[in-house]
Each structure stands twice: as C-alpha cells, then as structure tokens.
Design a protein. Structure first.
Length: 451
C-alpha cells in the first residue's frame, strides 16, 4: 500500500554520505568523480548565465547530478523501491554549513537514467509524488506561535505605467496605504493574502526602513520582489535592487548580508525571495547566497530562485505557491504545486525554485477557529481559499469546485493564466496550449536591470 515517506541524504563531514528512510540507514564514503563534478559545475554556470537553454543539455545536467548522488548501486535500488512504494515522497538533502560547492549544484534537475530504474528516463521533480527540500545542519530556535499571520510584502519592481494613470486604485488595502502604487501583480497577491492575515506593503524602502518595519511589524512571512544580480570578483555576492532608476534618482542596491541583517531584526518563519539568483551559491567565489544567509540568521523556511527566470514564470510559480499556502497546505506542498504549474505549461524553469526547510515539518498557515454561525462560515471559507457557495448546507461533502479566495474589486484570481512568450520545452514534450494573448509586462527577466 502506497504511503507518505521521507528519504533523507546527508552529506557528512570527512567525505561521507548517509542515506536513510527512518527504517534503515547506510553511511558510506562519498565517491569523488572529477569528470562528473566538472561537468555539473560547467553546466550549472551555463544555467546561471542563461546560455544553457537546450533541452538535451539540461537533461545531461540532470543525469550527471543523479550519478553524483546515487553512485552506489544499493542506494539507487533502495531509493527506487521507496519511490515506487510511496504515494507522496519527501526527498531531503542535508548539507554541512561549509558545503558551498554541494549547495551550489541545482539538484532540483535530478534526472533518472533509463538504465538505472525499471521506469527511468524522467526528471524526478516533474513527477507529482515527489518534493525536494534542502536543509543546512544547524540548531534552530523553536517557532513562535502564529494566530493571525502577518505578511510583509517588499515591492521593489519598477512602477508600471498603468499604476500612475489618473483614476488608478489599488485593489488591496495594503496597496492603498502604500506610499507608492504597487505593481499590479503584487497588488493582486496582497489582496489575496488579506483574506488570510494582516498585510503590510513597503515600496522602495531604504535598508533602515526595511529593518525598522520588520522590527515593528514582526512579520511571520516576508516576500521580497524585485531585480537581483550576482556580482563576481573580490566582493562577490548577490545584490537586491531596493530602488530601480526613476525620476532622475540613482538605483540603489543592497548586498545579501544586509538584506539578511534587516530581516533578522525579527526572524520570520518564511521568506520568499521573488528575485533571480537569490538561491545561488558559488564555492569558487566563496559566496553563500541570500537563501543560505537567511537560514544562518535563523529563518526556518526560505524559498528562492537559483538562476535567471522570466518574471512571467516566476509570478506563475508564486501565484500557485500562495494559493496552496492559503489552503493551509505546508510550504513543501505549496512549492510542489508551483513546480507543477511550470511543468504543465511546458516551461523548463521547474527546477529553478529552491527551498530550504530547517524543521521536521515545514511552515503552514494556522487553521482558522471553527465557525459558529452562517456569517462565520462564510468568513472561514474565504480565509481558507474556498468560495462560500461551494459549501454544502445539508451535511453533505463540499463540492469539487476549484478553491479560490474571493476577488477584491479590480483584482484577478491569483491563479489566473499569465501571458508571455512560448516556453522552453523538455525532451519529448508537446507544445502547450496558448494561455493568453502575447505581450505582457511580465515578460521581463528578474535578473536584468532594465524594466
């Protein structure tokens, strides 16, 4: 009988590796394969700078990643048995704090060779039953109780033209109280989240303003959206653009350690870096990356993007992620839903989201109190992402209508289809159906400086 299981792989000290499934455990010496390691490093760099776009080359990256991880025949057969016997499988990769090289590999592109499994020849994360999360081996404080979630949305994308036209009105309450009009997609996200908790919006903050807001509001979830870039050289690191150039003002960038310091003023339970390369690490540049820095600051759940990704695709992932989170699913399940949304549209970006989960159970929004009357039932349905009209009043089971939070005035459903350019397809995929008109403000890339 299929069941939910966890398969854990820990990169130990002294060049050892441990495989476990909570019933059995095996520790062996990790084999160094310099040829495969060099291949993965070079292909990972190509993925990072946008030159690795050929589906066959992406598959070659995934094949080499799998052989580096499951070099041992017994470990491979064991993992295959666990996978085939599980209805829902959680694959956890655990790293030592100094393992920047291993953390830098895009493990999310793992591809099972046809000859290694009876039903091989597939990307593991395009299969709905498996989720992959990372964990850095370190101590973590206990989570603080969450009754009504607090969301802090930091919107640093350029001001869209439609947001400065006369008569424009933000759909979200947080957007209406912001000192500058939010981007339409972020406004839509905040309107959606307001059904689940309290939402504050920061538009183009300074470092001090960001730190002060985190300390005063004490958010449970921080969402940062904007342009990101990786700066190589002596002072290598990820930089986040807090203010793009506009109105004669110079652009303002902050290093990842400063962003982590500001958020660490009151450690949230979840941080979402809606920006290119926030999850990137680089051993050669001795660069940890924004996601790892946040984990070391004590953030238990970090969701980031490893490399450059079109904003349209990043927004599609975020939409599905928060839709699942609003339905009281945990972070891991929400990430899986986001990946599958990218997969269903044929986009080869499914492996770019990366998740660090430090606790045994990933973060989930709290369940609302049980409703006591009709009005409470409607409010509870809205907060949990259900349309109150789908609730049965005769004692029967709820209908199978899609779950969605009520739309504020002028806001689209968070999971609505997003237009954009034709996606890159993986080997063997047919062309996906068009999901909207061509041309969109979402077609810019997060990693670029231009709007």
């Amino acid at each position: 009988m299929a069941e939910s299981r966890t398969f854990r792989i820990r990169f130990e000290k002294q060049n050892r590796i441990t495989f476990s499934d909570h019933l059995h455990e095996m520790t062996i010496r990790r084999r160094h394969d310099s040829v495969r390691e060099h291949t993965v490093s070079q292909l990972s760099r190509g993925l990072g700078d946008g030159t690795l776009i050929d589906p066959d080359t992406v598959r070659l990256l995934g094949l080499n990643l799998y052989e580096l991880l499951f070099f041992n025949a017994h470990a491979n057969e064991w993992f295959e048995r666990v996978y085939e016997s599980s209805s829902d499988l959680r694959l956890v990769l655990e790293f030592q704090t100094q393992d920047l090289n291993l953390m830098g590999y895009p493990w999310e592109f793992l591809f099972v060779p046809e000859k290694r499994w009876k039903q091989g020849g597939k990307y593991l994360l395009t299969q709905g039953r498996l989720s992959l999360v990372r964990r850095i081996v370190r101590r973590l404080s206990d989570p603080r109780p969450v009754e009504r979630p607090r969301f802090l949305v930091v919107d640093c994308l350029p001001v869209p033209p439609e947001s400065v036209q006369a008569g424009y009105r933000a759909a979200s309450e947080a957007g209406r109280h912001s000192r500058a009009a939010p981007t339409p997609e972020i406004d839509q996200l905040m309107a959606f989240l307001e059904a689940s908790g309290d939402v504050h919006c920061l538009r183009f903050p300074t470092f001090v303003e960001l730190m002060d807001e985190v300390g005063a509001f004490e958010p449970d979830v921080v969402h940062l959206t904007g342009h990101g870039r990786f700066q190589a050289g002596d002072d290598a690191g990820f930089e986040f653009c807090l203010r793009p150039p506009a109105g004669g003002e110079l652009e303002r960038w902050e290093k990842d350690e400063r962003i982590a310091e500001a958020i660490g003023a009151c450690v949230p339970e979840l941080v979402v870096l809606h920006s290119c390369k926030g999850g990137k690490t680089d051993r050669y540049e001795r660069y940890e990356g924004a996601a790892v820095r946040l984990v070391k600051r004590g953030v238990a759940n970090v969701v980031a993007l490893q490399h450059e990704i079109p904003l349209r695709d990043a927004t599609r992932f975020v939409n599905e992620f928060y839709t699942a989170l609003a339905q009281k699913r945990n972070v891991e399940t929400a990430i899986k839903e986001g990946r599958q949304a990218l997969r269903r549209t044929g986009v080869a970006s499914f492996g770019l989201p990366v998740a660090y989960v430090q606790r045994a159970e990933s973060f989930a929004l709290p369940q609302p109190p049980a409703p006591t009357d009709g009005a409470d039932r409607r409010r509870a349905a809205a907060a949990s992402g259900r349309d109150a009209r789908t609730e049965r009043t005769d004692g029967g089971a709820p209908s199978d209508e899609p779950l969605a939070a009520p739309e504020p005035e002028g806001a689209r459903s968070l999971g609505s289809a997003l237009p954009g350019r034709p996606p890159t397809r993986l080997p063997g995929e047919s062309a996906p159906a068009q999901r909207g008109p061509a041309g969109s403000p979402l077609s810019v890339r997060f990693g670029r400086g231009e709007p």
